[in-house]
Design a protein around this ligand. Sequence first.
Ligand code: 5GP
Length: 206
Amino acid sequence: MDYPGNLFVVAAPSGAGKSSLVKALMELDTLVQPAVSHTTRSPRGQEKHGREYFFLSPDEFDGMVLRGSFLEWAKVHGHRYGTSKHAIEERMAHGADVILEIDFQGAINVKRIYANAVLIFILPPSWEELRSRLQRRGEDSAEVIELRLENAAAEMAQSREFDFVIINELFERAVFDLKTIVHAQRLKFSAQRRARAETFEALQIP
Ligand code: 5GP
């Protein structure tokens, strides 16, 4: 499928700073748009239906799976999460660059469908830093933190499947790295030809 927009997929173990980085990127670059995922987990804190996620019952989620509405879906930490095909394709068709913040299984599945998708993995600078970020966040019990660290080892091993890796040591540097990846992708021949089809045609470049 050939859309004028690009598709970026960001994955990371929890605590690596994925959401803050993506948020900072979107503030700097309004051409990059998020796609709101669907989930069967309940809203946390101030989360709103349609903003952070579309919160669905298991039956509603099953319905979407059966109708083939998901580009991909996966079970993460005991809940199901899915990316709607329609939301992404509509934005990309209008020339927007879409960014997905999903888990590594989802990222790899997206790449199987969109070979052009750019997979970006965010790593923490060390185990100590990952542990202390999870502790500072104060969202999880000591037991859950240990479980997240255990999962992180398996998740980080998957980073070799990704196109790019950012080590989130200094936040500003990591935001710059993410911006650079987005910019470089836009300048690739294939992306330029999709985004500027008329210019290429006028210049008679096949
Ligand atoms: P949380 O419940 O903390 O918001 O998210 C838990 C995990 O699910 C995170 O790694 C998040 O990136 C991932 N996730 C969120 N939406 C999706 C999705 O649509 N598909 C997949 N595969 N993972 C998702």
